[in-house]
Design a protein. Structure first.
Length: 189
């Protein structure tokens, strides 16, 4: 991946981006593995500004063809997501980072959502009717790890989830169009 130009001769990614941020992988993984802090500049796309951060890196997470550093900024107690495509001037510090084990409860919040945005909403049982042809695709590329698919005898089956519905989940369901119908909860219909 260091030489994207030769890589793209054989592999056709979804878009033509240069996997922006992938050059940081080695340094990010190294800092996580040795439990050292990182400093970097993070670009704010909306404001067009850059802000300096010192963080304790915990892990990397991929979502929607982008990679994110999950970390705790100095002086804070909550985990944050930093898109690695927006980072620059990345440096490993000679200072011990906070321990990942101390943030397991916060990290587990990702288990109950699609993507990166979690909320205090409760976990819900979600059921939707889906065309059996769509169920084949859902089996190969699940929307969430709690997904269970059951084929139906009349060309329509049932797909269930147990998660906290968030914006990303709703967008994934809407992308399926008329091939699905949410049955419950009423708030998602």
């Amino acid at each position: 991946l260091k030489d994207y130009k030769s890589f793209q001769k054989w592999v056709l990614p979804e878009d033509s981006s240069d996997f922006t941020g992938v050059q940081h992988f080695e340094k990010l993984i190294h800092a996580i593995s040795i439990n050292h802090k990182l400093t970097f500049l993070k670009e704010n796309y909306y404001g067009g500004t850059k802000k300096s951060y010192t963080v304790s890196p915990l892990c990397l997470k991929e979502y929607a063809n982008r990679w994110y550093l999950i970390a705790v900024a100095d002086g804070e107690n909550e985990i944050r997501n930093f898109g690695i495509d927006r980072l620059s001037d990345l440096k490993i510090q000679n200072a011990n980072a906070l321990k990942m084990e101390d943030f397991q409860e916060q990290l587990q919040q990702y288990d109950d959502v699609v993507g990166l945005n979690y909320s205090d909403s409760s976990i819900e049982d979600i059921a939707m009717r889906a065309h059996n042809k769509q169920i084949k695709y859902l089996r190969r590329l699940p929307i969430h790890k709690s997904q269970v698919c059951q084929d139906g005898a009349d060309d329509w089956g049932i797909v269930t989830y147990k998660l906290r519905p968030n914006y990303e989940f709703i967008m994934q369901i809407l992308k399926l169009g008329p091939m699905v119908e949410v049955l419950k909860p009423q708030s998602l219909r």
